[in-house]
Design a protein around this ligand. Sequence first.
Ligand SMILES: Cc1cc2nc3c(=O)[nH]c(=O)nc-3n(C[C@H](O)[C@H](O)[C@H](O)COP(=O)(O)O)c2cc1C
Length: 178
Amino acid sequence: MKNVLLGVTGSIAAYKAAEIASLLVKKDINVDVIMTKSAQEFIKPLTFQSLTKNRVYTDTFEEFTPSEIKHISLAKKIDLCIIAPASANIIGKIANGIADDMLSTVVMAIRDKPIYIAPAMNTGMYENPIVQDNIKKLAGYGYKFIEPKESLLACGDLGKGALQDVNIIANILLENLN
Ligand SMILES: Cc1cc2nc3c(=O)[nH]c(=O)nc-3n(C[C@H](O)[C@H](O)[C@H](O)COP(=O)(O)O)c2cc1C
């Protein structure tokens, strides 16, 4: 059985990550979910727990399996990591070597596994040169970006920044796993 780590961050699109989890589970993939504190403002861990049948990780220091250091064992266990939706903040943190929550800490610990990032944010945020520099920097390190699409965004702006379609995201991941 393949293992996917799904990181969910604080975006209005966080609810769409539940569909990604569901699509992968239906393909017999084990999905472990890490949610940031902000992500939990939008959707509850229970949604992902129910869909994946796994406990959801939200806190680096909540070590509920005493025989493991979870941020390391998770990083070793997985075949692939996907962060969807990825906030401007998580992209900036990863690009700058910050590991101050469970998601950024696990991502820091992953070696030799594909890490996909599907950004979702307001067009102004997405086009901010700092965000674009961070994306270029991470792409240079081998991180794979799933480009956002142009859409009428929740804030009312029309432009690029909406999370790519969940079916497209799931298919990219499934292709890689096969
Ligand atoms: C209603 C609302 C919607 C938001 N949507 C996004 C978003 O789509 N993308 C983004 O980068 N930040 C968004 N933010 C801001 C992030 O939640 C904020 O920067 C947060 O610190 C991100 O934390 P995280 O990366 O740890 O999840 C939103 C905030 C609010 C209040």
